[in-house]
Design a protein around this ligand. Sequence first.
Ligand SMILES: [Mg+2]
Length: 329
Amino acid sequence: MTVLRSQHDVLLLDLDGTVYQGEQPIAGAVEALSAGSEKQYFVTNNASRSPKHVADHLRGLGFETSEDYVVTSAQVAARMLAEKLTPGASVVVVGTDALSDEISNVGLTPVRSADGSPSAVVQGHNVETGWGALAEAAFAIRAGALWVATNIDATLPTERGLAPGNGSMVAAVRTATGVEPEVAGKPAAPIMRDAIRLSSAEKPLVVGDRLDTDIAGANATGIPSLLVLSGVSSALDAVRAVESERPTYIGFSLDVLNQAPEASLVGVKPGWRASVEAGVLRVTHDGSTVVDPLDGLLTAASVAWESTGWDTVEVDGSDVERVRQLLQA
Ligand SMILES: [Mg+2]
């Protein structure tokens, strides 16, 4: 049987919400990924940890990988700066020592002060960033320094809820300077392009849990994508997705990689139909097949994306309670 993963030479995998949740692997993720022969790259917007640190964490959770298969937005931001600056140029780092190390790795000089006319500012997540560091960034940018943000995720999931992400700290500097940064991480294209170049991918598949970063990044680069519903974006989010954030495939988990591509391909499935009537997206199972909740979702998304003028979802049929829960949440 042809399975989804066998159609791709490289998987570009997101981390949080896709392969792990904090300190726990997503249930079944280690087993699902271990079954294939394609290359697996882990692509993360988190700029606070080194590739080695990320790889060690993944191995500790049971995934087989090494730092050569990790791409961080910090590496990409450093590479973007190296392409534009002369070797040795100084770069104000608002971020962790891991981000500083990436700046050194590309032959630039990391500094922490705007004194001495630095050529650029690089800004990435660091729980210790305070007003002083943001002020150094603002001074340098106002004096004409180039500004690259590793990523602009507005929020950062923590065990206690959503905390300010790097995008929120970038917003403070943007407000203070009136300048827009260049962005390395998802959904911006540079991180996807770097991951493709590093992996020599010819037929990559992006796998992630967020429509607005992983899937939008895939679409911005013209790569097919799989949304897994193990993290941030919900089934209803997928059905409501704007055009730039629509995935090719949707699965409840990474298990769909080991199933036929049609099992997770967005489209109208046997036994299911959907239509828009009087502002309602009506999804119906006709009883001719065994109810597979994913089929109901894939049908709903397919018809919703072709339609306008609906704001609620109704699900009809017998034994469709799970689909109703998914789509009316
Ligand atoms: Mg994620």
